[in-house]
Design a protein around this ligand. Structure first.
Ligand code: XMP
Length: 511
């Protein structure tokens, strides 16, 4: 495997994804956690960082752990750090370089740049600049502004690149990473969805034996793929619990239950909507709403789980981005899980997380390989508290019903809108949904009647990880069609708006 040491760059995860796209297993670890005694490590990549190597708080690593032992690639800060530590020089030249640049010279005889075009476009993002490289290094690429865009050590397999090969704007960046991972490190490229399924099913059989396992299903792709994988390994020893809090999308509970049964899963469905609506009565504060739903969910799930008295394991569809210890300027932060409900401690369950090494796109690849229905695999993310966080003010069955109708029109039309390249609009959007602005009323006219009803806001965003998002530039004819149909068909709604806010500073959900 390849180890990616994270010095806190925004694009560290992207390096991981690129390496996985090369069918090579990799792990992203905090900069100071290199696994010294692991013989399966075939190469190391040092990421960029928000720090300058001269900052007193800059992250430092002992290079002797791996330098000279296995191939090393330093990217941006990584390249500057290696250079600085080995006798080169890094200086603040005053100009921050950000954006596209073209290579002016490149040595394509160097293994890292094999196959590179003469003026290949690269993406720069740095404040400091390397002004001298260590004496035992050669320049392998430069741009008009950056003399040491890439350097290589003469006698050991260590490279530094000032630009970011992991981003798409470095047009041959993927080739560079391929040269490093495959040619230089010698990856056999044996990491694939099919091989993942085979080895994971085998491992799960060994790990779980004849034990009983409980899994919370949400209808989303992660928990569903997790369930199918476990079902393949242990069959009827897996019991899945699917809680209906009454705030799912239109007919979703029934559709998802049917899909799960079609997949041969043993699912217990729990309709707990009365409890949730009851406890939410009159509550208008968004955080309060979230807390009540979270608490009720744990209560309902645990009560159901406890009925399975011989259960030994709780399985969860946690995926890699949920687990990566991301570095922040204020110190180490571990991303909090959305999908961990809190275990009934008196049950003494052990955790089983078979998808914990996968990125979202890999989970989808595994889903296809398991022959799961496409609609389930491609499903947009949906918040745990459901439509409750898409209704301003208090939540009632009636409001949920109005929102379900509007949302159903919006999403179905999005599915059926085919783009010029043949793909569905739905697949070009990270996430979409309607928000009922039920604390607002406005005047309208329908036929000869005056109306005084609520607006619905449409939300659609593009994103790769939900950490940042841009509003999706949906076609006008699509928006017009959706608006007409919602106002015509959904009673209680007389106006449709489109939310054109990005995250940050807005969030994807309204509450
Ligand atoms: P925000 O609104 O913070 O949402 O930009 C980021 C992503 O997380 C989803 N989301 C949730 N998912 N439980 C979940 O499982 C939650 O409580 C929750 N709140 C927000 C949201 O839909 C988006 O994909």
């Amino acid at each position: 495997k390849i180890i990616i040491l994270d010095f806190g760059s925004q694009t560290t995860q992207l390096i991981g994804r690129r390496v996985r796209e090369l069918d090579t297993f990799c792990e992203i670890l905090p900069y100071n956690k290199f696994p010294k005694d692991d013989p399966s490590v075939i190469g190391v990549i040092l990421s960029g960082s928000p720090y300058s190597v001269h900052d007193p708080e800059a992250f430092k690593v002992d290079l002797s752990d791996f330098m000279g032992k296995i191939p090393v690639l330093g990217i941006c800060y990584g390249a500057q750090f290696i250079s600085q530590e080995c006798g080169g020089k890094v200086e603040q030249t005053g100009t921050r370089e950000y954006g596209r640049a073209n290579l002016a010279t490149v040595n394509t005889d160097n293994a890292l740049f094999k196959g590179f075009d003469e003026h290949s476009q690269v993406w720069m993002s740095h404040g400091d600049t390397i002004t001298a490289i260590p004496v035992d290094c050669d320049i392998v690429a430069s741009t008009a502004d950056v003399k040491y865009a890439a350097y290589a050590f003469r006698n050991i397999p260590v490279w530094g690149v000032q630009f970011h090969p992991e981003v798409y704007h470095s047009l041959q960046g993927f080739e560079l990473l391929k040269n490093f991972v495959v040619d230089i490190c010698g990856s056999k490229q044996s990491w694939s969805a099919a091989s993942f399924i085979d080895t994971t099913v085998e491992e799960l059989k060994n790990q779980l034996g004849n034990d009983r396992v409980i899994l919370g299903l949400s209808g989303g792709v992660d928990s569903s793929v997790c369930a199918v994988l476990l079902n393949k390994a242990i069959g009827s020893n897996l019991t899945c619990i699917f809680v209906d809090h009454g705030m799912l999308r239109k007919n979703e509970y029934n559709k998802v239950m049917e899909a799960y049964k079609g997949l041969g899963l043993n699912v217990v469905g729990v309709d707990a909507s009365d409890k949730f609506f009851n406890d939410l009565q009159g509550v208008t504060d968004p955080e309060q709403k979230r807390k009540i739903i979270g608490r009720d969910f744990v209560e309902v799930f645990n009560a159901e789980a406890k009925k399975i008295t011989d259960a030994k394991w709780l399985a969860q569809g946690t995926i890699y981005p949920d687990r990566i210890e991301s570095l922040s300027i204020t110190g180490m932060v571990i991303k909090s899980h959305h999908n961990v409900g809190g275990l009934p401690s008196d049950m003494h369950l052990q955790l089983c997380e078979p998808l914990q090494w996968l990125f979202k796109d890999e989970v989808r690849r595994v889903g296809y390989s398991l022959n799961m229905p496409e609609r389930l695999i491609k499903r947009h993310p949906f918040p745990g508290p459901g439509l409750a966080v898409r209704i301003l003010g208090d939540v009632t069955r009636e409001k949920v019903h109005i929102l379900q109708e509007a949302d159903d029109i919006y999403i179905e039309k999005m599915y059926n809108y085919i783009m010029a390249d043949g793909s569905s609009l739905y697949d070009n959007v990270w996430q979409a949904g309607c928000v009922l602005l039920s604390t607002i009323r406005s005047v309208g006219v329908m036929g000869d009647e005056r109306t005084y009803e609520h607006p619905v806001a449409l939300r659609a965003v593009t994103s790769t990880d939900a950490m940042t998002a841009d509003w999706a530039h949906l076609p006008y004819d699509f928006l017009s069609d959706v608006s007409n149909e919602i106002i015509r068909k959904v009673r209680g709604v007389n106006r449709v708006c489109y939310d054109i806010s990005s995250k940050p500073p807005s969030t994807i959900e309204w509450e």
